[in-house]
Design a protein around this ligand. Sequence first.
Ligand code: XMP
Length: 561
Amino acid sequence: MTEIDPENTPDSGYRVTTSGDIEVSTYLEIAKGMGGEKPSDAGEAVSGAEREAIIVIDFGSQYNLLIARRIRELHVYCELVPHDTPWEKIVPLNPKGFILSGGPASVYDPNAPLAPSYIYEKYLPVLGICYGMQVISKQLGGTVEHGIKREYGHSVLHISDVDSPLFAELPETSPVWMSHADKIEVMPPGFRSLAYTENSPVAVMGNDSGILGLQFHPEVAHTPYGKTILKNFIFNICNCQGNWTMGNFIADSLNSIKEKVGNGKVINALSGGVDSSVVATLIHQAIGDQLSCIFVNNGLLRREEADRTLKVFQQNLGMKITYVDASDRFLNKLEGITDPETKRKTIGGEFISVFEEEAKKLGRVDFLAQGTLYPDVIESTSSVSTASAKIKTHHNVGGLPTSMTFKLLEPLRYLFKDEVRQVGLELGLPEEMVWRQPFPGPGLAIRIIGEVTREKLEVLRSADWIVMNEIKNAKLYRQLWQSFAILTDVRSVGVMGDYRTYGYLIAVRAVTSNDAMTADWARIPYDLLARIANRIVNEVPKVNRVVYDITSKPPSTIEWE
Ligand code: XMP
């Protein structure tokens, strides 16, 4: 916790003590400043008049990315920052308000993360959610009751202050989603309860200076009026304009890419996936032929994939593309390998060698473009969230040797997947490409159990083609996170006509998911499954049996290897 420099601080009335608590002296006086005029230190440092942002102080709740998504859906830019982020890093974003997130800690834990002092000093509105509310209470002089029993699930919210701008368009009672053990015992001075539930007399609290707290989670779908509450906070209390649109994002990005790259050269590893396609298209619009794309065919792609990707980027969009058919190299390297991790590492290593060789042929290159997205950034920067264990080695170009000294160009690093798709559409990419389901870097190799051979690849490509076709015909493709076939290493006995067969077993996997961290098997109609199975055994030689994978993630993963 930083000490406040009294010389440099507007007189907010709050003082940070060495224990990290905030002492309250004249909190009522600062009330007048909140949500209205801002002190000059914030205003002067802001560049770009159009900018506005809601800043979420990340205390590690599993729902945090949802808060940012909900707010961006309302056309206000929102960013998550670690709870110890210095004010200097926040200023350029032009913050209009803060949200203190939920989190797993208890405010009485010895190392409990607390809010930085500027949260209470900058005359900006603050909304604490669950743990965030308890932090406010602790730091501003209230007390939090350490609950032994967890309140988890639905509750009914009763609004007592119907005039609060936070509750505009809300009915007097509505369901809310609770997930907490601790709760407010005594509110800090100047605060009053604005709403209650059966178990929490202070389910919502606020003071006259725009500091508010919610005991429940407005960001989850189980709180049906949660988005309205967030909307009220950002528009009625923070006075946001709502100018976060993908059109504005594209305009800003084109400028900043031009500025950053100057007359330098950029390379991009094109895979045909949504992220790398949108990155390539955006950069190409900004700097034209200063961008070179390298498209490596590793021999593990699906049917027609290489041709279709080349057609879109080379013919339709006129991009400079180096196409390398390295199928033989990859398949030779994979000979005899059956262990999933060794497969991945072999493919990753080979990809890097091919990419490096091709990049060298291009002469001097200054930047490497990557399709890094916001959830990846958060996963690697959050100071509170426990980094999730690496379950599989996911290969990407990030593992390039240090002898290749590129600077990174990551124009999508603040976007969510749905925003990336919208950018792709606005840039004129075909729908088919923008809505493509994710496809892993190691390709079909991790969907063939056991050794990868040319023969097995052909079997799998044919089965996969049928799955994709049928899912698309049934208009389910976009609803599913992924749908594909796996070639197992099981052979089983069947009968076709008068003959006994001994053929491959194909598994079909279709899952729903929001972020691939968890997934559920898709309840696709039996008739559709029957058609898929029937077509596969009839149209794909050497396959005589089809099964459907009905496990969720966890405990399974989406891919089989
Ligand atoms: P799992 O199988 O771990 O997969 O549940 C989660 C998501 O990641 C994709 N995936 C990969 N993507 N390189 C990639 O680019 C990889 O090595 C890789 N392995 C898995 C998978 O398709 C799913 O969407």
